[in-house]
Design a protein around this ligand. Structure first.
Ligand code: CND
Ligand code: ZN
Ligand code: ZN
Length: 362
């Protein structure tokens, strides 16, 4: 099969022939239908997050089951599925307490013969490696996809839609009527905006440095926009909320992955409010906050994959999409083939998309 391989950080991905193994018990071989162009993969390409190389990135994906391994009961060949990048065991302490994204056994038991080139092994990424024509995943990573949902829309449920919705509903557990700020309006940030609107936020302040992203945020439910290239986002937000909350919002979400904007999120939270850090701040970096503000009961919440309970949340999100309660198609502004993947990531870095999708011919 063809795959885009990361051999060296800060270098273009190379399109190569790779051998994918047959599914072992509990595994599922999936033919990729579509894979999203998420910023997280870029962090790995640039080395901001380390991963053993060579690897095949890609973690926002949907496809069709080609072959189900022995013992697999929930999907069969021909089923269409959204893929979760955090397979979970269902039995460990974290899974049982309802936090499968923290599964204690999820990354265990990976086998080096899944993806190979002759004798050489290629490291699988996020239990999937979705920049490839086929993927070998755990059964628990497969979420059945209802008829009528196109692959390109479904794939986004596998990361940005779930991450954004879950950050609001699961991590923050936002109450209707809350005030919200969202810093960074890419695929993830726009999903935070639309989920906060759906969950009944009274004010949603959308912050970005790009005018087109601010405009898009209004279409996804933002009530106010702040252009951080023009105005100081913290001061502007505090002034705008002075009369409502005394200054600051109930929940300030960071969706870029910068220490500076994570600190801004903390500064934007009102007394007793929370900063929710969704963006991936590079490994090794630290954030600094005025510690005396903990006496105001301000909180910082980490959010991974929207604290997803994927088997519960993803079918719900697909239903909301089918009922036109969340927008996914409107988010897809750029489409590419797998061959154009480097161009896709150049465009993401330039900010030239809301969300891009790689589509595969099947
Ligand atoms: P994308 O690159 O599409 O969006 C980032 C946005 O931030 C763009 O609209 C930029 O214009 C904007 N921006 C950049 N600098 C600033 C600034 N200083 N102030 C305001 N806005 C700015 O990224 P994405 O939406 O694909 O991903 C966003 C982050 O979320 C990224 O770090 C990604 O790795 C992370 C993420 C986390 C998780 C999770 O589980 N926590 C899941 N998926 C993605
Ligand atoms: Zn992602
Ligand atoms: Zn588990």
């Amino acid at each position: 099969m063809k795959a885009a391989v990361l051999r060296e950080t800060k270098q273009p991905l190379t399109l190569e022939e790779v051998t994918i193994d047959d599914p072992k018990p509990g595994e599922v071989l999936v033919r990729t239908g579509a894979t999203g162009v998420c910023h997280s993969d870029l962090h790995y390409m640039l080395g901001a997050y380390p991963h053993p190389l060579p690897t095949i990135l890609g973690h926002e994906s949907a496809g069709m089951v080609e072959q189900a391994g022995e013992g697999v009961t929930t999907v069969k060949a021909g089923d269409r599925v959204v893929l979760s990048f955090v397979p979970s065991c269902g039995n460990c302490e974290r899974c049982v307490e309802g936090r499968p994204v923290l599964c204690l056994r999820t990354r265990r038991g990976e086998r080096p013969d899944k993806l190979t080139q002759g004798e050489a092994s290629i490291n699988q990424f996020a239990g999937m490696s979705a920049f490839a024509e086929m993927q070998l995943v755990q059964e628990s990573a497969c979420i059945p996809l209802p008829d009528g949902v196109p692959m390109e829309s479904a794939c986004l449920v596998g990361c940005s839609v779930m991450t954004g919705f879950g950050a609001v509903v699961n991590t923050a557990q936002m109450e209707p009527g809350s005030t919200v700020a969202v810093i960074g309006l890419g695929g993830v940030g726009l999903n935070i905006v639309q989920s906060a609107a759906l969950a009944g936020a009274s004010r949603i302040f959308a912050v970005d440095i790009a005018e087109d992203k601010l405009q898009a945020a209004r279409q996804f439910g933002a009530t106010d926009t702040i252009d951080a290239s023009q105005d100081d986002p913290v001061d502007t937000l505090k002034k705008a909320t002075k009369r409502i909350t005394g200054g600051g919002v109930d929940y300030a979400f960071e969706a870029i992955g910068l220490a500076k904007t994570a600190e801004q999120a903390f500064a934007m939270a009102r007394r007793g409010g929370a900063a929710v850090i969704v963006g991936m701040v590079p490994v090794g970096e630290r954030i600094s906050v005025p510690a005396a503000q903990f006496l105001t009961e301000k909180r910082i919440l980490g959010s991974f994959y929207g604290s997803a309970r994927q088997a519960k949340d993803m079918p719900k999100l697909l239903q909301l999409y089918q009922q036109d309660k969340i927008k996914i198609d409107e988010m897809i502004t750029n489409r590419y083939s797998l061959d154009q993947i480097n161009e896709a990531y150049d465009d993401l870095q330039k900010g030239a998309m809301l969300r891009g999708v790689l589509t595969f011919e099947n």
